[in-house]
Write a protein that binds this ligand. Sequence first.
Ligand SMILES: [Fe+2]
Ligand SMILES: [Fe+2]
Length: 338
Amino acid sequence: MTSPADLSLVEGEISEDERMFDELIANEQRIEPRDWMPDAYRKTLIRQISQHAHSEIIGMQPEGNWITRAPSLKRKAILMAKVQDEAGHGLYLYSAAQTLGITRDEMMDQLISGKAKYSSIFNYPTPTWADMGAIGWLVDGAAIVNQVPLCRASYGPYGRAMVRVCKEESFHQRQGFEILLSLMQGSDEQRQMAQDAVNRWYWPSLAMFGPPDEQSPNSAQSMKWKIKRFSNDDLRQRFVGMLVPQAEILGVTLPDPDLRLDEETDRYVIGEIDWDEFFEVLRGNGPCNAERLERRRTAHENGAWVREAAAEYARKQARAWDPEPAETAGSLSLSKGA
Ligand SMILES: [Fe+2]
Ligand SMILES: [Fe+2]
């Protein structure tokens, strides 16, 4: 992405393009697809947005697993709407990533070949109905805390996609909370089921914010570029601060005996997160990694005919709208090829 003018630059000097980029960032303005941007900024965004898209798509599976077994028609309708929202989030995000010069096919290949990463939390199983409640409350809750600041991300298409995504995440979090609330008002067995699900999802949801600040080397650059606005630990604090009063209303216990508010610093003291487990799951060794990927791969293969039909339809539409007059169309179509 070097323009001819850059060749005359002395080492240490910045180009006019770079100066404009820095100025837009400094003034809280947005970088748009056609603007010049440093290669590292583009690469970081492609990685982040595509991983985010993959997480939304893989994230449909742990809950999709319960659509046929939801306890009532109303619960089923709500869960279906929620899972469809996640598909929509994936699609907005793939579109946003495409504006940076990567194709949908490339991203899909990276996902189904196992090369791409996605949020590690979706590699955990959902053995009970209460897991639907815990995922909504904790996983979508963590997603909101992470994503609300992303509405102000410096890259325009990403920030704008996040606005709608966050509105939907807020519905997801409430539906999860409400599932847990109903269970907590039920029988002893139902209360236990809700507590067990919270115990399963609490720690992985805290890990969703990523490693502690001192072990997160890319964060500083992302904050400088105003993609990221708050550090991993600050976001984690905000999340725990949101959960504590809600857990009280629910009547569930957060499974961390060390958890307390330090009055002096006004920050929560949080027990030790098992980062070894986090990195193991990230490396592909979680309880459901293979299953999630296999399912995605099969769905992709089964959808081949839909993609072919859509491409053929688009070709036909393009021909129907060809503005060339009818009498010359024959010769033109020869020179234009397929
Ligand atoms: Fe989502
Ligand atoms: Fe969600």
